[in-house]
Design a protein around this ligand. Structure first.
Ligand code: SF4
Ligand code: SF4
Length: 256
């Protein structure tokens, strides 16, 4: 039985690809982006998260917490268990919805991801992944309907500084995905004070026929509470202004 570690399964999601989707967040990521909005997905093991504002002071911690103040993020699940949850939502997917495997970096749990995709495809479900593109797994990419891939920072040294890895392979993987022809939605997070080379990234991506869309994702402080709950210090970033996002809009493109 193939098992993996799942951080969360989010139902009726409208932000992780086209249509209404079920997003399966797999734990584990080899990157350490300074602005990570899913810090609970970096470690590939269950982690305790503590939200003090939810604590009602009942003193029953040793018997399990029912207020949601102490939660364990990360659960071993089998392929069958995950697919059972995904199938609950199948009727809502309509034409363009489906399942998105996200994380973390879903390819880190390669065998689990591969089996999940096989099982979902068998059920006729549209399958997408959200990936940092640090890995290239042709067998899995060939099966996918859509790949949402990031190119976070253009300059290699800055990419390494802020994510922990170089971007040489990531750029190379865009060429290889173009050879396969899988549709891609490419994205760059916009982090004031850190983002660099968005114009270069946009121009680089325009050469590929399989890029359907290039999006800019403004920094979202979604990870702040989760960082605190994990005992990690705050990232200190701020949301980009509407004026700055408007300025960058010229780099965004859609190809139909
Ligand atoms: S069980 Fe939960 S709510 Fe009760 S004291 Fe412990 S953390 Fe607080
Ligand atoms: S690739 Fe995604 S999950 Fe991994 S550290 Fe970066 S933002 Fe977080």
């Amino acid at each position: 039985m193939i098992q993996g570690i799942v951080a969360d399964i989010q139902r009726a999601s409208v932000h992780d690809g086209p249509g209404i989707r079920t997003t399966v967040f797999l734990k584990g990521c080899p990157l350490h982006c300074a602005w990570c909005h899913n810090p609970e997905c970096i470690e590939m093991k269950p982690q305790l998260m503590y939200y003090p504002e939810k604590c009602i002071g009942c003193g029953l911690c040793s018997q399990g917490c029912f207020s949601g103040a102490r939660v364990i993020c990360g659960k071993e699940m089998s392929v069958e268990e995950v697919v059972r949850e995904v199938l609950f939502d199948k009727d809502y997917y309509e034409e363009d919805g489906g399942v998105t495997f996200s994380g973390g970096e879903p390819f880190l749990q390669r065998e689990f991801l591969n089996a999940l995709i096989d099982a979902c495809k068998k059920e006729g479900i549209h399958c997408a992944v959200e990936t940092s593109l640090i890995y290239f797994d042709e067998e899995i990419f060939q099966k996918l309907d859509l790949c949402m891939a990031d190119l976070k920072i253009w300059d290699n040294a800055l990419h390494k500084k802020y994510t922990g890895v170089e971007n040489t392979k990531i750029k190379e993987h865009f060429y290889r995905l173009n050879e396969i022809g899988i549709p891609i939605i490419a994205r760059t997070p916009v982090i004031p004070g850190i983002s660099q080379g968005i114009g270069e990234i946009s121009a680089f991506l325009k050469q590929f026929d399989n890029i359907k869309k290039y999006e800019l994702l403004p920094y979202h402080p979604l990870g702040t509470a989760k960082r605190e709950a994990l005992g990690i210090k705050a990232d200190g970033f701020s949301v980009p202004s509407a004026a700055y996002m408007k300025e960058l809009k010229k780099y965004v493109f859609i190809c139909e």
